[in-house]
Design a protein around this ligand. Structure first.
Ligand code: WT7
Length: 649
């Protein structure tokens, strides 16, 4: 991130852009600006051309219906099935024996599924789902570890026309419960347990805590992963293995409308309640298929590895739907980068000859800290392209990634996008775009972004503003599940007709975009979005807490570290024990990723006279900056008190 100078203008001194290495460019799918020119000439014709690459059961009548903004429709009246595009189409094209998923478990166990085998598994699971009464439009919650069964379950939902809601396996049962209740899922797919750094975590047992309060769930399907015991509720709980044993290997895919819901994915916003981001079928698939192909320069012999979890949008778009719709071979890993050793990822790249590797800046910063001897001790020569996603990558981490992992020969695609955008929006094209470390460079062809000030006017180069998207794109969210009002309010109210991303950014004089992070009360912890309000709600849910304010303190590895300021109820004493209890309480309500790193007790929070908590002041205190204007404070004493408590810690 660039430092602001006195005038509020960002530094224009940029290093010389790095041209794509010749060795890469020669073999790249796109070597020139043809895609950009094609999209500039006629955006809709460009997307329609990309849609032609997929298999449709009925062609669309209209590429984009923008008659009722912000409710856009893409590929109007087109009919297709996502699983057919990810599986049958490739088998029919003679790729049945090509590996679709190459899986390795934390313990080193392996499993390969060819496109033909994956199709069979998906068909079998479709029959299972269908026999359990799941049909078109029904919601299915998937809470699973990173195992192939999770992909099978997702694809089976799309084949039937059921709407999946994948909940990140690291979320707590409480968070799972909220998401099941909101989506009104009929069925939960989970596993007996999960492997995590040599330990076994109970999953089905934990899910039970959620299920007690989820009346909509009729059936629970449990995949076997760890052999962990669990209580079986007769008539409700069913074992994956038993159900699949005799299931029919054929299932005819449902003909879905391009605008039928494909999935819901919950993501944090500025209130305590997560947003159910709704994606639909045709536009989403066109968007992720196109971006996966060109951003990751898809080649038939790639072994592609995206290290995200399936429970995040990155897993949906760039482990499952993008790569599988391009008939890529997807490597999938169950574990973490530091178990059993801190070279686990490099060991896997060496073993599987990974060619394309896509990970997050927070991971890269950890790798840097762990030391160069870990990657240096492994053969990484199979790599040809690297990617980054989730938060701004600082130039130092970018250069380390480029040098120590890519050995100076792999372009890095720094891809900016969101759960809402569904697909990569700002990114280099690796064979074309000269790279500047720390910049996600320019919009993908067909994507129109701008940086605007409070009034909605375009800012000049070097001037910080808000990142907006000026016209609809195929994989855009269609609404927030059963909450149109919040959809309109969150994304379309600031600038009518223009999508508000919630990110701050600036543009340099070459037109390169520099993303500066969220401008709202949303934190980015290790590349994951967590709303300050969500953590605050979890804190005030505790019987001892009167009020809480949560901020993100800049953190070297994680981006943000969660810091909470808490006032206690009358008569409650703030001690170390309570502090630990509150941290666990948040972990239990949301999940380990939301556990505050620091909690401070204070007699009052800094508020404006109208009662609004001044988080800016708390951030300044936490980051030990001079405090700006405090005259609007209701109780000016409070800042001194918090500051004192903070420095005494
Ligand atoms: C927010 C979206 C989309 C996948 C993972 C996160 C930040 C994402 C970048 C990047 C700078 C980035 C933004 C965005 N972000 N990628 N390459 N450079 N910032 O998805 O949880 O929906 O979060 O992540 O702040 O708004 P998400």
């Amino acid at each position: 991130m660039k430092e602001k100078n006195d005038t509020g203008i960002f530094s224009e001194d940029q290093p010389k852009p790095l041209k794509p290495p010749d060795s890469f460019r020669k073999k790249a799918l796109i070597k020139d600006d043809s895609l950009y020119r094609e999209a500039e000439k006629d955006k809709l014709a460009f997307w329609s051309g990309r849609a032609e690459d997929l298999q449709w059961m009925k062609k669309w009548d209209q590429v984009l219906d923008d008659s009722n903004p912000p409710y856009y429709k893409w590929f109007v009246n087109g009919k297709l099935n996502v699983s057919v595009n990810c599986l049958d189409r490739h088998v029919d094209n003679g790729l049945g024996n090509k590996k679709a998923i190459v899986f390795e478990g934390e313990k080193g166990d392996t499993e390969n599924l060819t496109y033909e085998q994956l199709l069979k598994e998906v068909n079998k699971f479709c029959n299972v789902l269908s026999n359990l009464g799941v049909g078109q439009g029904d919601a299915v919650t998937i809470w699973m570890p990173m195992i192939p069964e999770a992909v099978v379950a997702m694809l089976a939902c799309t084949r039937i026309g059921a709407v999946h809601s994948v909940v990140f396996g690291g979320f707590s049962p409480d968070a799972l419960k909220d998401r099941i209740l909101d989506s009104k899922s009929k069925l939960l797919v989970t596993a007996d347990g999960a492997n995590r750094k040599g330990k076994v975590l109970t999953m089905k047992g934990a899910a039970e805590e959620a299920l007690e309060q989820c009346p909509s769930i009729e059936k629970v399907v449990i995949a076997e992963r760890t052999g962990t015991d669990y209580d079986v509720k007769e008539g409700r709980d069913l074992r994956w293995k038993d159900l699949m044993k005799d299931a029919d290997e054929n299932f005819s895919a449902a003909e879905m409308d391009a605008e039928d819901p494909l999935f819901i994915l919950y993501s944090s916003g500025t209130t305590g309640k997560p947003k159910g981001i709704l994606h639909t079928t045709g536009g989403y698939l066109v968007g992720v298929n196109t971006t996966h192909r060109y951003v990751f320069d898809h080649h038939d012999d790639d072994i592609y590895w995206c290290t995200a979890d399936i429970g995040w949008i990155t897993g949906h778009s760039y482990i499952v739907y993008g790569p599988l719709s391009n008939a890529s071979t997807v490597f999938m890993y169950e574990g973490t980068p530091d178990y059993p050793n801190r070279d686990r990822f490099w060991e896997l790249i060496e073993k599987y000859k990974i060619t394309v590797f896509y990970t997050a800046p927070t991971a890269i910063r950890s790798f840097m800290r762990w030391g160069n001897h870990f990657p240096d001790g492994r053969d990484l020569s199979s790599l040809r392209l690297l990617g980054s996603v989730g938060e701004p990558i600082n130039p130092e981490a970018w250069l380390w990634y480029f040098e120590h992992i890519g050995k100076g020969k792999c372009p890095i695609v720094d891809t900016w996008w969101q759960t809402e955008t569904g697909m990569i929006m700002i990114t280099p094209l690796p064979g074309v775009t000269p790279l500047k470390p720390g910049s996600a460079t320019t919009p993908f062809p067909g994507i129109e972004v701008d940086i605007v000030d409070d009034q909605g006017n375009s800012t000049s180069p070097g001037q910080r503003g808000f990142l907006v998207i000026k016209s609809p794109w195929p994989a855009m969210l269609r609404t927030l599940y059963e909450d149109h009002e919040r959809y309109e309010h969150t994304y379309w109210k600031q600038y009518p007709g223009i999508y508000f991303t919630g990110d701050g950014a600036w543009k340099d004089s070459d037109g390169y975009l520099w993303i500066m992070g969220r401008v709202d009360d949303v934190l980015n912890v290790s590349g994951h979005r967590i709303g300050t309000m969500e953590v605050e709600s979890a804190l005030v849910d505790h019987q001892s807490v009167a009020e809480a304010a949560v901020i993100g303190k800049v953190h070297e590895i994680k981006g943000h570290a969660i810091t909470a300021f808490v006032t206690l109820k009358e008569g409650v004493e703030g001690n170390e024990e309570l502090l630990q209890e509150l941290k666990s309480h948040v972990g239990k309500k949301i999940g380990a990723i939301a556990r505050p790193e620091e909690i401070f007790f204070t007699y009052e929070l800094p508020k404006t006279r109208s009662g609004k908590i001044m988080r800016r002041l708390l951030r300044d205190i936490a980051e030990q900056r001079d405090l700006g204007d405090v005259t609007t404070l209701m109780d000016p004493q409070v800042v001194a008190a918090i500051k004192k408590g903070y420095t005494e810690k």
